[in-house]
Design a protein around this ligand. Structure first.
Ligand code: GAP
Length: 543
């Protein structure tokens, strides 16, 4: 991973944000090559999922043909959106889970007391309020140490009850609803939303949030899209855009950051066929990564166990990649594909969040109604053919542009050996990107800086520029120039030599095989175009 990070900086893929001021944790800037790579990831997704989607064909594995359209919503939204989505309440505090009782607690609300007996010191937590906490703690401790009530004086208590936030070692903690030690997870911070304010007045009412996901913009525009276009269920709405999360521990380069880009689809379907659609999207999204070059064994699809699912979800699968910064056998999430049922549309309609999803106290407004009440708008759908009315179910493939870009970078990083200009074998570093993702598609070199070659090379460069991102280089030995292009993943190098001046043919060199062929400039264009569409892109990408 260190080699990849170093290459990214050296060749202009990724820089630390605000580096000259010491760097901003959790924020990374994309350099001249990084911005092209990331744009190619984003545009490949948009083309494959939206603009090149064929509304009329039934894709493999799909129950029927469907439509796709796009949306671009604002980052700032009405704060009520985040109340109904659950982010306001559920992303609000540090929470801890008990692996034994499966119960969840607010970290700052769990109280307990240290006690020592039989040479062991443990922290006993309680459910009871202040008055009853002492009794509950004593009963739990007696049970844990195998004492009877008459043995209470064998328990050596610390002076006072304290909050669990003051205890760093959870392995010594007896959870509120468990009889075993160490069942509490580490606290997890849910208040991930960044706050800001709108307008000149700085008060409670001016507080808004930077969106933590792009998905909610799609849900709240569901009715607008239906009313203003001719899309009919089943259909999907796609959006790519920045999201923000105040991650407590940003890490692993661009993997977990505070400002990132998501590419999300909310696919609306009839509840009766939603399971089939879930399976279709799960498999289709995995296939997308594979077609763009993520290899079999480092990429996997992992279905969530039932205890990992949100209460409203009947299926979630993560598409995961074995990033090199992870331990052997570990995988990191690239994308989640979730069956969200009708949870989001219902919440935005009538605010009926399932109480199970919200163990916190519900905040009431001045009118005594829950603050997370919905918009009151009817977000149900009437099928124009069957006349059936229903709240659509939603399948959500939700990926991260930055994580996908990082995975493609890691997968592409290769070291091999190649002969240098003198024919000696030397180590070569290359980024073997799929040509569609490569930031530069072709490099054009005059073999030498004389005999009219630079002028001819510049003319060819300008011609190719109309089709692709092309780079011109006339400095240094040609072998060195090849290596520099290999290192940034350029799939083709075109060299202009004496024969070019005579017959117009050029040498084209393939980055991966290093094979060279002579072609006309017209053939170079078709060769590069074919490579961009290659490796099973048929059926997914633009012709
Ligand atoms: N709407 C559903 C949703 O947002 P998520 O699993 O929280 O689901 C979806 O996020 C994707 O967004 C993740 O699979 C990941 O690729 C990306 N993502 C989430 N948090 C991220 C972060 N802090 N840094 C980079 N990417 C992130």
């Amino acid at each position: 991973m260190e080699k990849i990070v170093s290459l990214c900086k050296r060749r202009g893929f990724v820089y630390q944000s605000s580096e000259i001021y010491g760097g901003m944790n959790g924020c990374w800037d994309y350099g001249p090559l990084g911005v092209e790579l990331k744009r190619n990831v984003r545009e490949s997704w948009w083309q494959d999922m939206v603009t090149c989607h064929d509304d009329m064909s039934v894709l493999d594995g799909a129950p029927e043909a469907f439509e796709m359209c796009g949306l671009d919503c604002t980052i700032l939204m009405d704060p009520q959106v985040w109340k109904c989505s659950g982010h306001f309440d559920l992303f609000h505090d540090k929470m801890i889970d008990c692996r034994d009782s499966k119960r969840r607690y607010r970290h700052d609300q769990v109280r307990g007391r240290w006690v020592e007996a039989k040479g062991e010191r443990i922290f006993v937590t309680v459910n009871a309020d202040l008055e009853a906490e002492e009794t509950e703690a004593r009963q739990k401790a007696l049970k844990y140490f195998g004492y009877r009530s008459k043995d209470s004086d064998k328990l050596n208590w610390d002076v006072e009850f304290i909050c669990l936030t003051e205890v760093s070692d959870h392995s010594r903690v007896l959870a509120p609803d468990s009889k075993e030690l160490g069942t509490l997870t580490e606290p997890r911070e849910f208040n991930l939303m960044f706050k800001t304010q709108v307008g000149a007045l700085y008060d409670e009412d001016s507080v808004v949030f930077l969106r933590p996901e792009t998905a909610q913009g799609i849900f709240v525009n569901f009715k607008n899209v239906i009313d203003s276009t001719r899309v009919r269920i089943p259909f999907g709405i796609a959006q790519v855009g920045k999201s923000f999360r105040n991650e407590i521990t940003p890490r692993h380069f661009t993997f977990r950051v505070r400002e990132f880009e998501q590419m999300e689809i909310e696919f609306f379907c009839n509840p009766a066929s939603s399971q089939e659609w879930y399976r279709f999207w799960r498999d289709r999204r995995l296939d997308w990564y594979q077609r763009l070059g993520l290899s079999g064994e480092r990429l996997r699809l992992r279905e969530h166990d039932s205890d990992e699912l949100s209460h409203y979800s009947t299926g979630t699968a993560d598409i995961e990649y074995a990033f090199p910064f992870l331990a052997e056998g570990e995988f990191g999430e690239l994308e989640g594909v979730a069956h969200r049922g009708d949870f989001d549309l219902r919440s935005h309609m009538d605010g009926k969040l399932d109480p199970k999803s919200d163990p916190l106290e519900v905040e009431l407004g001045e009118d005594g109604k829950p603050l997370w009440r919905g918009s009151g708008r009817d977000l149900s759908y009437r099928d124009p053919i069957s006349n059936e009315r229903f709240v659509p179910h939603v399948i959500e493939p939700s990926g991260g542009v930055d994580r996908a870009t990082l995975a493609f970078l890691c997968e592409a990083y290769t070291e091999d050996e190649a002969p240098d200009d003198k024919g000696n074998l030397r180590q070569r570093v290359l980024l073997s990107f799929h040509p569609r993702l490569a930031p530069i598609k072709v490099a054009v070199f005059p073999l030498v800086k004389k005999d009219g070659m630079p002028d001819r090379a510049k003319a060819i460069y300008r011609e190719l520029k109309q089709y692709f991102n092309v780079f011109y280089d006339e400095k240094g030995a040609v072998g060195r120039r090849y290596r520099r292009m290999d290192e940034v993943g350029t799939p083709f190098c075109v060299t202009i030599d004496g024969d070019t001046i005579k017959d117009g043919s050029v040498t084209i060199r393939d980055r991966d095989s290093m094979e060279q062929r002579r072609l006309s400039v017209g053939e170079v264009i078709t060769t590069v175009q074919k490579a961009i569409r290659s490796q099973g892109q048929e059926g997914l990408s633009c012709p």
